[in-house]
Ligand binder design. Sequence first.
Ligand code: ZN
Length: 163
Amino acid sequence: MRYVLRAAAAGKLEDGWLYLPNHENPGLDTACLMIVSDADEDMQLIASERGFSVEGLDTPTIEGTVHAALQFQDSPSDELLLESFVYYWRFDAWLPMPGAPEPPPLEEAKLEWDREFFDSLAAERPEELCRTEGCQRGAIHHSVLCRVHHFEMIRKEPCPFLE
Ligand SMILES: [Zn+2]
């Protein structure tokens, strides 16, 4: 791993794909397999046969992770190169900063976003009932619907909140 990262940092990594032994985060001393591009061969199959069944990244992307690390250090340490590689490999995103926490899973992020929207809706008016049949909630200002039904109209999916 260390060798591949250093080669990429030096701009000397051959074009190909890097394969890893498993889904665990690789360390600098993790053995990995670099397969040089050859369109005629099934790289994944070759890698699996040699015990490296997990697809890592391709050379342009590895170089991209070096570039991302360069934003933080002029000559990035092996550790930073590794961190940048692992971040992209796991999250499909460039390392935002050294020591960056893992991004929240998508569902969690969406729920937060939904919550923010729900909380931004105006208060319900007790004297003006929601127009949805059978709904006993009050309509919010500038809408004929309560918070829940206004949410569902805008987002076009069930509202996960009541309060
Ligand atoms: Zn309603």
